[in-house]
Structure formats: C-alpha cells, structure tokens
Design a protein around this ligand. Structure first.
Ligand code: PLP
Length: 345
C-alpha cells in the first residue's frame, strides 16, 4: 500500500464560449450516440455543451458501468453507440481487451496527468482516464447517533451488528462502484479474507442497488445508516447540508480512474473523435463541478472542484487496474461474488 501523490491541483479555466458552429443546424453536423456512465446531471451538462459547441446532435443514455459494458457486448455485431464517456475504468479495460472499443490517440494526451495515460497504455490505446475518485462510504450522522454507536471510520466498523440491514451498496455486476469495492477489498485483505468480509457484510446489507451512487442519496435521506460509495458521491449531499459524513476508510482504500472509450465500429466515428478531443479539454472537464460532480479531472489545467476529496491525503492502495480490469479476473470475481455472497440468505 502506498499514498499516491500524483493528484496535482489544476488551475481554473473558464468554459469556452460556444463556437460559431453553435448556430449551424444540428442536422448538418450529424449525430453522436453517447453512453454515459456518471451522474445524470453531469451527463446532461456534457451532451448539451457539446451540442452547442459543435452543432452535433447528441443522443445520450445514462447507465451504470457494468451495464454499458454488457450493452456493448450485446451490440457488438451491430454497434449502435459511438462514445462511452465516464464510469469506472475496470469495465472499460475489459471492453478494450475484448475488442469492443478502438484505439485512438488524442492531441490532448500531452496535457493529461500520468494516471490518465496509464489507463490509455493499459487499454492499449482503447480507453483514457478522464477523472479520478476514491472509494469509501458515507454515514447518516443522526442514524449512527440514535444507534448509540461511535462514528464508523474503517471497513471493519461496517460489520457491527448494530448496522444489521442498515448498510447499502450497489451490485458489482451492474455498478462500477461496487466492482471497485470488490476489487479493493481483495487487494487490501487478500482474496480469502475479502470474501469472508463481504459475506459478513452481507448480513448488514439492506439492498444491492443497480446504480453505484444511489446509496449516497439513501444515506443522506436516512433510508440507510451507511452507504458504500465513491467518497465524492457522499460529498454531494454533505455540501448541501444533509446529515451525511463522508469517510476514507482507515485501513486504506481503492480508487477509480473514470474513463472514456470509442466504440469499435462506431457509425459516427468522426464525431466520436471530436467529442473525445473536446472532453479532454479544461473547458469540458470544468463542467463537472457546476454539475455537482467532484471527481479530480485528468487534464492538468482543468479546474479541480474545491469540494473534491483530497486524494493525496488518503491512504490509497496501489490498485492494479490491469489485473482487475482484465476480462478473466473481472468475470471470475463477479461469478464468485454471485455464488458466495449474493446467493446467501
Ligand atoms: N457516480 C459517480 C459520481 C462516479 O464517479 C461513478 C464512477 O465513475 C459512478 C457514479 C459509477 O456509477 P455506477 O457505480 O453506477 O457504475
């Protein structure tokens, strides 16, 4: 385990004004089918700004990372998507290995942080890092107080019997967040202890949701005492004054390199490349904060939202993206989780 220090702070860059193309009829510029893996609000901000900037009409659908991967696989004989923007890097790497996405080298690569380029190299140029964020959990301060518990600080604290049916996390088959948890505890504890941990945790789980961010909202509303999420997803509710406290677990934790890939056989390939280049600019990455998304952007010159959790101050594992994003390992771990954890009463 080591503390990562690669998260340099960016400088503020204003969102670029719409180009003259913005007034061109959208039809004349063609279309772009975008599969979007982050929160709906950020997905909409990106698709709207790109449409304005270029006149290219964007058909955007928001889904969780595991679902987008499964959709690309199902559509591979007759691809319908052009660009997969956002979502955890592991399923992007699996898609790259399986030839569901294609190589591209953007001129913007030179402006990106090393971790974004590591993702690009690991994917053999078929995926690139667009943001980073650390995994953790959020707890509802009122619920924890009413249970007479000390504030949870560690992964181990989530096994407390007082939290029976009061912890929520997504299903790792659909959710990139929850697969990141699975791969994180395997790397942190070793596989046997990690599965023992997940089985014990299962006793406290009230629901495996489809989307990774859903447990943050449920925690902020007091529908569950704890939600295991990316820390920045808990911050969204904390900064608006909800009774939720974000935690970077004491044992250490994993992180994601949120990624972008061009679909193999994209019908609107030129537009996919235009989107790809634009999405790596400081102006496009600067749309995150105003859309209440507090990840760390991959362009060194993009603004880091002031609300972003300080990853350089956390105990982060040296997450092995190549191994845990490989087709064999992701498929094996998900099947094992289905058999040994989800199937439990
Ligand atoms: N929400 C945010 C803010 C994220 O950064 C990510 C991952 O990149 C997700 C959600 C992932 O969503 P899911 O776990 O539903 O795949």
């Amino acid at each position: 385990m080591k503390t990562q220090s690669w998260l340099a702070a960016g400088v503020f860059a204003a969102v670029a004004a719409a180009s003259p193309l913005a007034t061109s009829p959208a039809k004349a510029q063609g279309a772009l089918v975008m599969y979007c893996g982050v929160q709906e609000e950020w997905c909409r901000a990106m698709s709207t700004a790109f449409e304005k900037e270029t006149g290219i009409k964007v058909a955007m659908t928001r889904k969780s990372a595991g679902e987008i991967y499964a959709q690309l696989k199902a559509e591979s004989a007759n691809p319908r998507g052009d660009i997969w923007w956002g979502g955890t890097g592991d399923p992007h790497l699996q898609a790259a290995e399986e030839g569901l996405t294609q190589e591209y080298e953007s001129p913007a690569n030179k402006d990106l942080n090393d971790w974004a380029i590591s993702q690009w190299k690991a994917a053999k140029q078929r995926s690139i890092g667009i943001y980073a964020g650390a995994l953790g959990f959020g707890f509802n301060t009122q619920q924890i107080k009413s249970k007479g518990m000390a504030e949870p600080k560690c992964w181990a604290d989530l096994l407390d019997p007082k939290l029976k049916d009061d912890v929520q996390v997504a299903d790792p088959n659909s959710s990139g967040t929850a697969y990141n948890l699975l791969a994180t505890v395997v790397q942190l504890m070793g596989e046997d202890k990690a599965f023992a941990y997940l089985k014990a945790l299962h006793k406290n789980i009230n629901q495996y949701t489809k989307s990774g961010a859903a447990p943050a909202k449920a925690t902020s509303l007091g529908e569950t005492a704890v939600g295991i999420v990316f820390i920045h997803d808990a911050v969204v509710f904390a900064v608006q004054g909800d009774p939720i406290k974000p935690v970077a677990p004491c044992e250490g934790t994993g992180y994601e390199i949120g990624s972008m890939s061009i679909v193999k056989g994209a019908r609107n390939l030129d537009n996919a490349k235009k989107f790809y280049d634009w999405a790596l600019t400081p102006a496009a990455q600067g749309l995150a904060g105003p859309a209440k998304s507090y990840q760390v952007p991959s362009n060194k010159n993009a603004p880091v939202p002031p609300q972003s959790p300080k990853m350089s101050e956390m105990k982060l594992i040296d997450y092995d993206f190549v191994k845990y994003g490989s087709s064999a390992e992701r498929t094996r771990l998900l099947a094992k989780w289905d058999r040994e954890v989800k199937a439990l009463p």
